[in-house]
Design a protein around this ligand. Sequence first.
Ligand code: SF4
Length: 95
Amino acid sequence: MTTRIGWEHQAVCRSVGIDTMFEPGKAQRTNKKVCAQCPVRAECLTEALEGEHEYGIWGGLTERERRKLIRDNQHSTSWTQLVATMLQPAGRVTR
Ligand code: SF4
């Protein structure tokens, strides 16, 4: 069983049942839609990457998507920074 701590009280997936986020296979593509409006998506995805959580949907990414993200960024020194950049709204300019 996976434990989510700290930010979990703000998790939108609590309203649909956390088990929904751990359904296997193709269901993940549908179930991850709940993450789009989640205020703790960055924290959730960072937790998964830092904790090397293999299973379930975390931060709006399926297991397969997270594996690809890790492969494509295997030399990243900060998952926090990478996730912040990834989830930055399109068109937003940072200074
Ligand atoms: S990003 Fe998705 S899986 Fe993570 S806490 Fe939010 S709703 Fe749940």
